[in-house]
Design a protein around this ligand. Structure first.
Ligand SMILES: [Zn+2]
Ligand SMILES: [Zn+2]
Length: 354
């Protein structure tokens, strides 16, 4: 075997690595470089990490610290089969020590090295959190109702749908998914939203749960980088009639069962089914709500009519016999008294309504 002499240490060896022996080569070989001190910026309110001039959500403080070390770690380009191991240690909430171990193969030889770095955590407010606290908004959602004011329940439910949607969209990475502020109005509620896309999603969910429809209209608010800057107003119109409302429409008395784009109901006179749209029902008159039903005495049953006590005057009145009717004379049955007469209800209706 040919042996050569290392020009650096003078030892005999089999082959040279970059013109020195193996030991001399690895004496000066640096498997990786890692600064002694690293600085990271974290948002004190949402935990986002500032990296390459933008804010990113990558996890908790320890995740950010390890990510920063990983980003700073420079491994020699001759290293193959690289394995990296980090061991973080929290010294204070502002200082972490991280030990890095790297194993690799260089020129067919296994190499191992380790080092420690100190990560200093600076806590500030990220772009989004400072916008949020500064009242920034891209869109306004106006919750209104057709022909009436939304009730407390609808206002509460709309706001909580908005909050829940923001939370889940934020988890999915839409950092602008926040509600800047909420303004209660006599005629409804206004939500000032950080993200336009998230707002559209909120409107879809509100309408699919509470019925009605929504429209959007842009307002030019200025210019940014030579482009027009718009703010969108989403107008949500909750339906005029809600499930349980009893309306008079084209001479018929209808109990509303569901109210979305389509409105479904049932005739209180003959039990027939009723299907319409909010659009068509404009101008219909609300005459009662199924919750106003009361129990009264069923006096007697005729062929097509029943006699009941008027719940207010206690006079005996004849009313139309409902389609499916199986109560006995002398028992109590639920009725609804309206300006258009008294209607006997299927007993399950009132039970549901109460
Ligand atoms: Zn040597
Ligand atoms: Zn933040």
């Amino acid at each position: 075997m040919n042996s050569v002499t290392c020009p650096k240490c003078g030892r005999e060896c089999d082959k040279l690595f970059d013109s020195v022996c193996k030991d001399c080569f690895f004496d000066t070989f640096k498997l990786f470089e890692l600064p002694l001190v690293l600085h990271v910026r974290i948002c004190s309110s949402c935990g986002a990490y500032f990296h390459k001039s933008r804010w990113e959500d990558i996890g908790n403080v320890e995740d950010v610290v390890l990510k920063a070390v990983e980003n700073a770690l420079l491994i020699h380009n001759e290293a193959g089969d690289v394995e990296v191991y980090f061991e973080p240690r929290e010294v204070t909430p502002y200082i972490y020590m991280v030990r890095a171990e790297v194993g690799a193969v260089v020129r067919g030889e296994p190499v191992h090295a380790e080092a420690e770095t100190e990560v200093r955590v600076q806590r500030t407010a990220c772009d989004i959190c400072s916008r949020e606290s500064g009242g920034y908004f891209e869109a306004i959602i106006q919750i209104r109702a057709a022909g009436r004011f939304p009730n407390e329940e609808e206002k509460k439910r709309s706001s909580s749908i908005a909050r829940e949607t923001m939370e889940s969209m934020r988890k999915k990475g839409d950092r602008l998914a926040f509600i800047s502020y909420v303004q209660e109005q006599k005629e409804g509620i206004d939500l000032y939203m950080g993200s336009m896309n998230a707002s559209r999603q909120v409107c879809r969910l509100i309408v699919s749960e509470l019925g009605g429809s929504f429209s959007e209209s842009p307002t030019l608010v200025g210019m940014k980088d030579g482009k027009n800057l718009y703010r969108i107003t989403f107008a949500v119109r909750l339906p005029e009639f809600r499930p349980g409302d009893v309306i008079r429409f084209r001479g018929r008395v209808i109990q509303i069962k569901s109210s979305g784009k389509k409105v479904n109901g049932i005739s209180l006179e003959d039990g027939s089914r009723f299907i319409s749209t909010s659009e068509e029902l404009k101008g219909a008159e609300k005459i009662a709500n199924i919750k106003d039903a009361v129990l009264t005495i069923l006096v007697s049953i005729e062929e097509n009519a029943i006699l009941v006590l008027d719940p207010v005057t206690y006079e005996t009145v004849a009313i139309k016999k409902p389609m499916s009717f199986n109560a006995e004379a002398g028992s109590e049955i639920p009725v609804l008294k309206t300006a258009y007469g008294i209607f006997a209800l299927a007993s399950s209706e009132t039970l549901k309504a109460k």
